[in-house]
Design a protein around this ligand. Structure first.
Ligand SMILES: Cc1cc2nc3c(=O)[nH]c(=O)nc-3n(C[C@H](O)[C@H](O)[C@H](O)COP(=O)(O)OP(=O)(O)OC[C@H]3O[C@@H](n4cnc5c(N)ncnc54)[C@H](O)[C@@H]3O)c2cc1C
Length: 480
């Protein structure tokens, strides 16, 4: 039994299991009438294990979750399909998980023995003259950018072309525009959702303001199924890029200098720091940065001055909106990839001993030939400000987010997973005294759900009680 299966039975099934024990006659309840669900769909499609295409239908981006077998997959074609599926799951006491782009780090968008509700086909987009994009929750990031580019517009998002707009936005959404324009969730001005009672609602800062607040950073799969988002877009301006590399011997100075840069640079400047474990036992150190002014030379020079030495390799370029999207995403699509990852949100700049421990964690991984990386994304600037209407995303005053990432084969052995987890554990240990919690979009299996939501957690729980009093949306990664 996979870790997810086991946790699903123990925890996600907790509510269901409790019901089963409390009301034994329910055990004799009729099996779900799947034909009824299938007939109720208005263009959507039901996949059962016997349906051709079932295996492909429930796949996520990370092949590690291919072995998790849902009882059924519903590919919703309309909001009506989302409503029917939620009502069916609720009536039959089945666990339901929504799926957008399928990039969840822990496979939270597929569930053993429950229903996977895939909103992928809901990916239509319209652009209004007031600069607002309406986009179906099934859209992927590359498609959103390609569509907006036609209007000379863009959106602050992450970089992977196939990540779903749904999961990214619901958990926050960090990328090159975070400091200049805020998180993806900060640009949301409205959403269409279906709540656990099967009711379709259009929500914004005035209508269901609590739910609107909660869905802006409160994580996917917790409160409702989003069917579409409305975003206030930003100009698709030219972006200046810099890429600076230093030798391993300068790693501590680079981390310290980067921390100063993030505190002092203009919010038009952004740069994420990469410490990569190389298979020859060394650590490579670089910062990939941008300036939304179109000229990155000044930002690069400022970073070098904080580091106290010139980079040994340096490139400065300018890219159009779509050139930047393709460069950052490595193209227009992204092949399915195995990985194990985690995160720490830095509440303040690390001291020298924590910086050394962080570098030591990457160095140990390099020596062990574990393909690990610590990638630190900056916050600050616009991300430090609450958007109009408020957002549940809790890390406004933090310095940045460290991602602990290990690439794996599609189906890693337990020894490979153990080596990857060892690196992540070392990373957590290295920065423990500077960590405020984790980033909901980099969710981990072995971390308390509450640690992703900081001071927003009590209000999120109150919103959950109001909109999902029976805990219908319930997985190991859901706050209750
Ligand atoms: C290769 C890669 C690159 C990434 N790059 C970035 C990055 O640059 N910046 C960044 O911030 N993050 C990044 N991420 C993390 C990414 O934001 C999260 O994994 C995100 O949750 C993925 O969303 P999804 O819709 O693709 O995934 P899914 O697995 O479909 O969904 C993720 C969660 O949201 C829920 N959910 C999905 N759709 C809905 C819906 N319609 N309504 C309600 N809940 C829903 C799911 O149940 C699940 O819990 C990256 C991830 C990967 C794998």
């Amino acid at each position: 039994m996979s870790q997810l299966d086991r946790r699903t039975v123990l925890k996600a099934g907790g509510a269901v299991a409790a019901l089963t024990v409390a009301s034994a006659p329910q055990a004799m309840a009729a099996a779900p009438n799947w034909n009824r669900l299938s007939r109720s769909l208005q263009g959507g499609k039901l996949f059962m294990p016997s349906t051709p295409g079932y295996a492909a239908a429930h796949q996520l981006f990370n092949p590690r979750w291919d072995s998790v077998q849902p009882a059924a997959v519903v590919r919703a074609a309309k909001t009506a399909d989302v409503i029917s599926t939620i009502n069916f799951a609720r009536d039959n006491k089945l666990v339901l998980v929504p799926k957008g782009g399928g990039h969840s780090y822990v496979g939270a968008s597929v569930i053993s023995k429950g229903i996977q509700l895939d909103v992928g086909p809901l990916r239509g987009m319209t652009y209004a003259k007031n600069g607002v994009l309406t986009v179906g929750a099934g859209a992927r990031l590359y498609d959103v950018h390609a569509f907006l580019d036609r209007y000379g517009r863009s959106l602050p998002t992450g970089t992977c072309p196939t990540v779903g707009v749904a999961g990214l936005t619901l958990g926050g959404g960090m990328g090159i525009h975070t400091r200049a324009w805020g998180l993806t969730c900060d640009r949301v001005v409205g959403m269409s959702v279906v709540t656990a009672d099967g009711k379709a609602r259009v929500i914004n800062a005035k209508s269901d303001p609590d739910l609107f607040w909660a869905l802006r950073g409160g994580g996917g799969g917790n409160l409702a199924v989003v069917t579409s988002f409305q975003f206030a877009t930003i100009p698709a301006a030219k972006i200046g890029f810099f890429r600076l590399t230093w030798p391993e011997a300068r790693a501590a100075a680079v981390v310290a200098g980067w921390q100063k840069f993030i505190q002092h640079a203009a919010s038009t400047a952004w740069g994420n720091l990469h410490l990569d474990a190389k298979s020859n036992g060394t650590v490579s150190v670089h910062v990939l940065g941008i300036s939304t002014t179109g000229n990155a030379a000044a930002a690069a020079a400022q970073l070098e001055s904080f580091v106290g030495s010139k980079a040994t390799a340096r490139s400065i370029t300018v890219k159009t909106h779509m050139e930047a999207v393709k460069y950052l995403g490595g193209g227009t699509t992204s092949p399915r990839t195995g990985f194990l990852a985690g995160s720490d949100v830095l509440r303040a700049p690390m001291n020298a001993s924590s910086i050394n421990a962080l570098i030591g964690a990457v160095k140990s991984a390099a020596r062990a030939k574990t393909p690990a990386a610590a990638i630190i994304d900056p916050l600050g600037g616009q991300a430090a400000k609450q958007p109009a209407g408020g957002a549940a995303w809790p890390w406004r005053s933090a310095l940045g987010v460290i991602q602990w990432y290990v690439g794996t084969v599609a189906h890693p052995s337990s020894a490979q997973l153990k080596a990857a987890q060892t690196f992540i554990d070392h990373g957590h240990g290295a920065v423990r005294s500077f960590s405020a919690g984790g980033y909901a979009n980099y969710v981990e299996a072995r971390r308390g759900v509450g640690t992703y939501y900081g001071s927003s957690l009590p209000r999120l729980r109150a919103v959950k009680k109001k909109y999902d009093p029976q805990g219908f949306f319930h997985t190991p990664y859901t706050f209750v």
